[in-house]
Design a protein around this ligand. Structure first.
Ligand SMILES: Cc1ncc(COP(=O)(O)O)c(C=O)c1O
Length: 407
């Protein structure tokens, strides 16, 4: 057994709703008939004969050869995610950053051009701004909200376009369909530039970039897909001619493989993903409204609120506002630190998408490596606080926030 695609489709996976795909999709039941998916904690595989080994290496016989290439537990996770996202193919990686780096490096050659939104997670910004240019790849950073800026930046050498939406930490939105149209009509080659979307903040439940015209979706599975803060992981989903060819060749030879143990944890995480994302997103919407009523809060940034600068776009490309919000406290860094330090239930952490609500001060942590000017351009002020809403009762979180604001 190598892939379960054919098997699932025979069993009707193609017609299942997302929640059903996340419980049953991609399962590879062994002859023992286990209910819960098996953890195949193995690095290698044995063959019945030298001829069989030769045939597998030639690709003439089905089967696994080495877990840097593929592993049955990892394959279950990949297939379950593939079914959810509606992608032709999926590959797992050791972390979200491995997924981003592999997607870009496997696609690009020296002399190519990339256009990326400037509002990126810190390590993603390092990849595009510092790493790619070292290999002769030209990079342009644009204000992702400004479609005219994308039109100006994408040219006949542009091979890839990369952005996240909503952005971290200011929750700006980028119009996936409009940027994809620009990339496909103005970019390099007959099909234009490949559009790669980091869908971590929205989650696969609340936003479907491929259906909106993107070519490739990447995830840090470390976030909502695990959702319980246990392990790192990444995923890349997209067309077979990219994922199974250039990307797979890059992954199997450079080695950022996901551990089968992590794949098993993430596979089980997917079963509860819709329940967790729905509950956290509902609480986040309530907390955003609650914060907006407070005098000491200068602005609340939440895609689900009618006062979000791109509320109309949020309604067309997202199914709900998501589990993250940001807000500006009056009084700058001192006031933000006082608030963060006074929280008792919400814990201080730079992670997100967890069952536990987590608070971050982006200017001094996740975005501290940016220059003050770059932070100012992105609207990351000293009073800005990011909140990842978990699974606690919303009333308890609001009480904690109120107490900390009063401190
Ligand atoms: C939007 C976004 N993309 C990518 C990453 C990288 O993921 P990982 O930490 O799993 O490498 C993160 C978080 O760390 C993130 O928030």
């Amino acid at each position: 057994m190598n892939r379960t695609e054919g098997q699932d489709e025979r069993q009707g996976a193609a017609g299942w709703q997302p929640a059903t795909r996340l419980v049953h999709g991609g399962g590879l039941r062994s002859p023992f008939g286990e209910t819960s998916e098996a953890l195949y904690l193995t690095s290698g595989y044995v063959y019945e004969s030298a001829e069989e080994a030769e045939a597998r290496f030639k690709g003439e016989a089905e089967g696994y050869v080495y877990s840097r290439y593929a592993n049955p537990t990892v394959a279950m996770l990949e297939e379950r995610m593939r079914l959810l996202e509606g992608a032709e193919s999926a590959r797992a990686t050791a972390s979200g950053m491995a997924a981003v780096t592999a997607s870009l490096l496997s696609l690009l050659d020296a002399g190519d051009h990339v256009v990326a939104a400037r509002a990126l997670f810190g390590s993603c910004r390092y990849i595009v701004e510092t790493l790619l240019p070292r290999y002769g790849i030209r990079v342009s950073l644009v204000d992702g909200r400004d479609l005219e800026a994308w039109r100006q930046a994408v040219d006949g050498r542009t091979k890839a376009v990369f952005f996240e939406t909503p952005t971290n930490p200011t929750l700006e939105l980028i119009d996936i369909a409009a940027v994809a149209e620009i990339a496909h009509t103005q970019g390099a080659g007959p099909q234009g530039a490949r559009v790669i979307v980091d869908n971590v903040f929205a989650t696969p439940l609340l936003q479907s970039p491929l259906a909106l015209g993107a070519d490739v979706v990447v995830y840090s599975a470390t976030k909502h897909i695990d959702g319980q803060g246990r392990c790192l992981g990444g995923l890349v989903l997209g067309p077979r001619d990219f994922v199974d060819e250039a990307l797979f060749t890059f992954l199997k030879n450079t080695g950022p493989a996901m551990s089968p143990f992590n794949a098993w944890v993430l596979l089980k995480g997917l079963e509860t993903l819709p329940l967790r994302v729905r509950a956290s997103s509902e609480s986040a919407a309530r907390i955003a409204d609650h914060l907006a009523s407070k005098d000491r809060i200068r602005r609340v940034l939440y895609p689900g609120r009618a006062d979000h600068p791109q509320a109309a776009l949020a309604r067309t490309q997202m199914r709900a506002g998501g589990t993250l919000l940001a807000f500006e406290i009056e009084g700058g860094k001192a006031a933000a630190f006082r608030f963060v330090n006074a929280l008792r239930l919400v814990r201080i952490s730079n992670n997100l998408g967890d069952a536990k609500s987590l608070v971050t001060h982006p200017a001094t942590t996740t975005h501290s490596k940016l220059t003050a000017q770059a932070r100012a351009e992105l609207g990351i002020g000293e009073g800005l606080v990011r909140l990842s809403v978990g699974l606690e009762e919303a009333e308890d979180l609001m009480a904690d926030i109120d107490r900390a604001l009063a401190a």
